[in-house]
Design a protein around this ligand. Structure first.
Ligand code: GDP
Length: 367
């Protein structure tokens, strides 16, 4: 086989197989004299960033590298996938650098949700995981909500130093950076790429007025994200583009809800009660009797219970059961990467199921 050329932009070896991996260029471009990878092409021509995938070793190298820099770390998480978008160990690596936590996709929150409650919940969860952010902000990179405030906060907290934006894939980091690029540079072509210290990974460098820069570090893959259990063609079902419309179910003890084949919710014990489902509008909720639920899942996952559809159902890990005895009214059962179900009544016992690796947690309602 001929040796593959390097990208004239970032120097990565060109490959033509995996459009999501670094160095991808369409096979037809190999005939050209100087080849540029798709990512550099888009960056150069549209000032637009494309996400690339990373290995776990790269992930560790990035975390290590961050500890050696001085500057503000901006960590982006997905409000709907807090656990799935957490970077474990980040707090150990960042040393004394302040971390600003930015929670993205706020546009999906139903109007009834109180923003301050979301912020408080995020602070608490971060603390539980060992991180004490300097501040927590909600944004919608997609809609532009909260972006000016986020930019102002970044400028304040960086105290004249560089900024490193980190996050795992699917949280909307590229969308966020693209917004910053447009705001910070207008249409000028001033964006460059440089290698992340100690790695061969390139990162985007957005210059700031005082000679410092905002660096976009490569997106990190978190294997336990719900998003990785679905085929890209089916991601649209769990990643809504529009505000979530809560759906209320009045259930009797002994009833079960299935969320496609991705999650299950059993009402085990308690008086008739209301449960409000906050999950992407396009996901089908199927109600059945608890006694029939195992059988139904066994025989109908991938068909009646989808996504994933039949073609992809075998890639989905088994569902794992978590039981909760709920004493307080208005308690959320949070399925990381999917959304949550609010238990409206007190004194009920429920069980929640999610694919192995995906977290299920409870929290006081955000409403
Ligand atoms: P990255 O992998 O972190 O770089 O994420 P992307 O920027 O590629 O975004 C991942 C997915 O989330 C895409 O489908 C985006 O359209 C979507 N997304 C990004 N930001 C937002 C947001 O603020 N709101 C909503 N609803 N979707 C978003």
């Amino acid at each position: 086989m001929n040796e593959m050329p390097n990208c004239i932009g970032c120097g990565t070896i060109i490959q033509t197989d995996d459009s999501k991996a670094p160095g991808y260029a369409p096979a037809s471009s190999l005939e050209k004299e100087s080849i540029i990878c798709q990512r550099c092409f888009r960056l150069k021509n549209y000032n637009e960033l494309q996400p690339v995938a990373l290995t776990d070793d790269d992930f560790l190298r990035i975390l290590n590298g961050l500890g050696q820099q001085n500057g503000l770390i901006v960590k982006i998480v997905d409000i709907f996938d807090f656990n799935g978008s957490w970077l474990p160990g980040l707090h150990r690596f960042v040393g004394n650098n302040p971390v600003l936590l930015i929670a993205n996709k706020a546009d999906l929150l139903p109007k009834s949700v109180k923003k301050q409650k979301v912020v408080n919940w995020l602070k608490q969860e971060a603390k539980k995981l060992g991180l004490k952010p300097i501040d927590v902000m909600l944004v919608s990179a997609h809609k532009g909500m909260g972006m000016q405030e986020a930019m102002a906060a970044i400028d304040e907290y960086r105290r004249g130093q560089d900024v490193y934006v980190v996050g795992c894939t699917n949280v909307g980091k590229s969308t966020f950076i693209n917004r910053i690029i447009k705001q910070a540079t207008g249409e000028k072509e001033v964006i460059t790429t440089s290698y992340f210290p100690g790695t061969t990974l390139d990162m985007i460098e957005i210059p700031l007025e005082d000679g410092k820069a905002i660096f976009d570090t490569p997106g990190i893959i978190n294997h336990h994200q719900m998003a990785h259990y679905l085929d890209p063609s089916e991601l649209k079902y769990i990643m809504p583009k529009k505000e979530i419309k809560p759906k209320v179910f009045q259930l009797n003890e002994g009833q079960t809800l299935f969320v496609g084949a991705l999650a299950r919710f059993d009402f085990i014990q308690g008086a008739r009660a209301a449960f409000t489902v906050h999950i992407a509008n396009d996901l089908q909720i199927h109600r059945t009797k608890l006694e029939k639920a195992d059988d139904l899942y066994e025989t109908h996952r991938g068909e009646l219970l989808a996504p994933p559809s039949e073609k992809y159902i075998d890639q989905l890990p088994e569902l794992v059961r978590f039981e909760f005895s709920i004493k307080e009214a208005k308690t959320d059962i949070v399925f990381s990467g999917l959304g949550w179900i609010t238990v409206q009544n007190a004194n009920v016992v429920i069980a929640a199921y999610a694919p192995k690796g995906v977290e299920v947690q409870i929290r006081p309602s955000l409403i």
